[in-house]
Write a new protein. Structure first.
Lengths: 259, 343
């Protein structure tokens, strides 16, 4: 009987204490943040999304190499001598066209290892976290501002210049050989030596002349394919993969040699 | 009230219809408000905000939910007893709606002036447990059946203290008619200023009210006595297999039941439609206002308790009823009877 009464007393006491607590909480400020309208202040150095200021990119590929998951993919084209790409805001000279700068945020592990190597501080983590999509392919962000025409133009110019250079080199070599032959002829008067050198030269020219021709062929084939955007992307992807494989092989070889 | 309606409506079935539909309107509007209030109270007691998107502080949330429930597919489990399964929610709501007939909502409105008012309410609310057992059995689901069995045990047990506390009030009033019970409480006689409500009649009436409130909490299946539903252990109890508007009817019943039992408590202990300020703010409309306000305060206390107390175990529930509430209510009954004899 006494126990029942004390039990009842303690039960009611605890119930009223509990009700007091809930009543107090009813009038305390709630901790809810009304998310889309009100946002929490984010801490400094948050890592949410990579952003590239492509105007400052010099195409050095340090970020691509630093990435542990290979989510950054950069393609560059050498600029020709007559093109001046200007300087970055940090004063670096830009020498490469960056025709492709894709970051796959679906692969990204937010380690920020790519941010620190950048010599021009053009790749940064930004405070943007609402970029989910329905298709993970939409998570590949392209930062290159070059149009397909510009890329083609840059490629063509580079090829033209290279061919030009090669031809100049060849001509210089021929002139040198000619000079040497003349010297020989003047010195020894040996006809057979002169004959052999002249017989060699057209053959040499033809072999060197063939390669630019072939290159032009392939480039024209490429430009034809670029009409079809998908095929173009496919081709680029293949090229990218090939580059990547080559780099990987190189790295492995290096590792092996280090071992 | 009926005469008032007859003054502008053609006499006959229409008047009866309008007359009898008034509590339904009150219940529906109240349910919209109470469900919203429950969410807000729950949210703020847990330092959250509760619904905030639909209208000002989410006032239209219940309406949105209602629209959603109406659109839902009406699913009846393949192995269920179709007839009983479909019938159960209607019986549940009919039971709690039927009880409103004997409650004087104001001095000008009572569904029926039956002389056995309280007795009728006690009788018809036990139909609720029938409908819950029906729902649990017809669902052909183990969770449902467990919930239904718990309901049977709980309702049968807690009806005893409810009835005994009501009986102790009836000893004082001498009538079962709730309108007469309310009329007895008119005026401010106690100690010169206190309203002559029955709760101030004697100290034992306070105990009686405490017992009555605990017992009705169990009757309405509210936390801490929500074992029939107990969503954390029985999925949803007897509601497990219900969806859409049938489930909505069960929900409506739960809230209507809360209001009903609060109104019975208000009528028996807190002067029903009487104004707490004597003749100030009196009249049929003010009566309805005071009645519903007092009822809502008790409903709020029920919500408050819900977010304060954890659920009882089945054996604790039975313990509380048979070892504490029933002996106490009987002792209290005897004490009130003695008080009545002496004074």
């Amino acid at each position: 009987m006494v126990k029942a009464l004390t039990d009842t007393y303690s039960a009611f006491k605890s119930i009223f204490i509990g009700m007091g607590i809930t009543m107090r909480h009813l009038f305390t400020r709630s901790v809810t943040v009304q998310y889309p309208e009100v946002r929490d202040k984010l801490p400094e150095r948050v890592r949410m999304k990579l952003h590239v200021n492509i105007d400052d990119c010099i195409g050095c590929r340090l970020c691509e190499r630093a990435c542990p998951v290979e989510c950054i993919d950069i393609g560059t084209i050498k600029s020709t001598d007559d093109d001046d790409l200007g300087e970055t805001s940090t004063g670096h000279k830009k020498k490469l066209w960056v025709d492709n700068f894709d970051i796959d945020m679906a692969k990204c592990c937010y380690c920020e290892l790519c941010v620190h190597p950048c010599p021009t501080n053009c790749i940064t983590m930004v405070e943007e976290y609402e970029y989910s999509t329905y298709d993970r392919r939409d998570l590949i962000f392209s930062f290159s501002d070059m149009t397909p025409e510009q890329i083609e133009e840059a490629n063509r110019k580079l090829e033209a210049e290279e061919e030009n250079k090669r031809r100049k080199k060849e001509e210089a070599r021929l002139a040198k050989e000619k000079k040497a032959a003349q010297k020989d002829a003047d010195g020894g008067g040996d006809a057979s030596a002169g004959e052999s050198s002249t017989g060699k030269s057209p053959a040499g020219k033809s072999t060197t002349g063939e390669s630019p021709f072939g290159d032009a062929d392939s480039s024209s084939a490429k430009s034809e394919a670029s009409g079809d955007a998908d095929a173009d992307r496919e081709a680029r992807r293949e090229a990218r993969e090939a580059r990547r494989a080559a780099r990987k092989a190189e790295r492995e070889a290096k590792k092996k040699s280090e071992e | 009230m009926q005469q008032f309606l007859e003054s502008f409506l053609p006499a006959g079935p229409l008047v009866v219809f309008v007359f009898s539909i008034i509590p339904l309107m009150i219940i529906l509007v109240y349910a919209l408000f109470a469900i919203w209030l429950e969410r807000k109270v729950a949210g703020h007691m847990q330092d959250r905000l509760g619904p905030m998107r639909t209208g000002w502080h989410g006032w239209a949330q219940t309406i949105a939910d209602l629209l959603k429930m109406i659109q839902k597919e009406d699913i009846v489990p393949a192995k269920a007893d179709r007839f009983l399964f479909k019938l159960a929610p209607f019986i549940a709501f009919a039971a709690s709606y039927g009880a409103f007939v004997a409650i004087p909502l104001s001095s000008g409105y009572i569904g029926s002036m039956i002389d056995v008012g309280v007795f009728y309410i006690v009788a018809i609310t036990s139909l609720l447990s029938v409908s819950i057992i029906m729902a649990g059995w017809a669902s052909n689901n183990k969770w449902s059946l467990l919930g239904a069995m718990r309901t049977a045990a709980q309702t049968v047990s807690y009806e005893v203290p409810t009835v005994v506390t009501i009986l102790s009030v009836i000893i004082v009033t001498g009538t079962l008619n709730l309108m007469e019970v309310t009329e007895m409480q008119t005026g401010n006689a106690f100690l010169g200023f206190l309203p002559s409500w029955l709760i101030f009649h004697s100290p034992f009436m306070v105990i009686a009210f405490g017992l009555f409130f605990i017992a009705t909490l169990a009757e309405a299946h509210r936390v801490p006595f929500d074992l029939p539903e107990s969503e954390s252990e029985l999925v949803g109890g007897y509601q497990t297999e219900y969806s859409g508007m049938r489930w909505g009817l069960f929900m409506l019943t739960e809230y209507a039941d809360m209001l009903l039992l609060s109104l019975v408590g208000v009528t028996l202990f807190f002067g029903g439609w009487n104004s707490p300020f004597g003749s100030f703010m009196e009249g049929p409309l003010w009566g309805a206002f005071w009645m519903l306000l007092k009822g809502m305060i008790l409903v709020f206390v029920m919500m408050w308790l819900r977010w304060t107390l954890p659920r009882l175990r089945v054996d604790q529930l039975m313990n509380l009823c048979w070892k504490y509430l029933i002996p106490l209510s009987f002792v209290n009954l005897v004490l009130i009877a003695l008080w009545e004899m002496i004074f």
